[in-house]
Structure formats: structure tokens, C-alpha cells
Design a protein around this ligand. Sequence first.
Ligand code: DX5
Ligand code: ZN
Length: 233
Amino acid sequence: MVNLTVVPSLLACDRSGLLSVLRPLLSACRVPRLHFDGMDGYFVPNLGFCPQSLHDLKHALVREKLPVPLFEVHLMVRRPSRFWKNFADAGAQLISFHFECDDDIAHLAQELSRNGLASALYLNPETAFVSCIPLLEHFSLLTVMGVHPGFCGQRPISAIDEKIHAAANYRRRNGLSYDIAVDGGVSAENAPQLVAAGADFLIAGKAIFGAGNPQLAYDQLLLAARVRHGSCS
Ligand code: DX5
Ligand code: ZN
């Protein structure tokens, strides 16, 4: 398992000033990953980042000699098999997709792995943890949605801790090593309980970019989570 990690989700960031918001955040904080949401307007009623925007941002970070975190893409699309390559070519290193998508999940995870990419399996709020157990062998990361997918800034669903707990218990009882992430509805208030339930990654949008000072908000979220985790490194 990884050290507890907070991952900023850029859907909540003002797109007109993406670089000006990220510049101080990346300079001041050790941000290991950036989270991009890709959508198709069908799986969820919204549209997200396109591959070109990842490509351009990565190049801008390099040009400005800023730290370049790992780029992860969360595909909220019916057919992730049609989209992953465009995002990988644009610089994504981790591709996530949903248990509820229309593709053959095991086949897609193997295809991503053959192409040198990590992948994560997402569960919607309505999907019970037990449903994905037969597929876990294909993934090193399982992500539980803390809100209904598609939009940032929603209130977290109440049963989220139970699902994280179920995933963590299953991992421990079976000697498995997948990491557990939560995406959506994460805040400094609920971070301790999410970590206590077993989360290793907290993916947060509004809690970071909705704050007046995203650097401070990132640090406070990390601190709140790590105090519970018992590791302040
Ligand atoms: C929602 C996205 C999340 C979103 C999180 O469907 O997958 O990544 O940006 O935003 P918050 O943290 O504001 O719920
Ligand atoms: Zn997301």
C-alpha cells in the first residue's frame, strides 16, 4: 500500500486560469498526481477534459520547469476502449474506467497493461463492492465514487465509508495489495473517517480549488488525512 496521497481533481479548477492556479500549488506542495475527468455526455450528462488539454498542460509544466506529477485520467464514458489511447498519447499514465461501462473490463485492463499503463477500476455509488471481486485481480487500484459521477462540488453520499471498509476488509482477509481511492465529496472534515475506513488516495476537487488558497487547502486536507493515517511524512 502507498503512503496516503491527496490528488487534486482539476474539474473543479477555473479552466481560464489553470496554469496560474497550478503554478503556486505545484511549486509549494508535493503533489504526486493530477486527476483529469474525461466524459462522453452519455455515461454522465457532462463533458470533461479532452486529450489536447492534458497534452498542452504537460508541455506548459515542462516549459516552466515546474514539477510534473503523474497524470491520471478518470473516464466516465460508456466505451473507455474508444478513448484511452488518445489520453495515453497525450501524456496520461494511469487510465481509470468504470465497472458500469459497456466494455469487457478484464480485456481492457489487460490491454492497458500490455501498453505499459496502470489502470484503476471505479465503482459508482449504486454498485456494491462484492460485484467487482472477480475483477480485482486485474487492478492495483480500486476507486469508490463518493458522489454521483459527472460533477464536482456535490455532497458526499452517506454509505461511502461502508464500501471502503468492505474493500479494505476483503483486501486484508485475502492478502491482496490493491490500493483504495475515493473520488468526490472529499473534504478536510470527512478525510479522517475515509482514511480510517481504509482509503489510500483521496481525490478532491472543490475542497482544494474552491478554497481561496488552494495550496493551503491541499496541505490542510493532507494533514487531516495523515493525522488519522498516523504518518506525517
Ligand atoms: C466527479 C469527478 C471528480 C470531481 C470531484 O464525477 O470524478 O473527480 O472532480 O470533485 P469534488 O471533490 O468537488 O466532489
Ligand atoms: Zn474523477
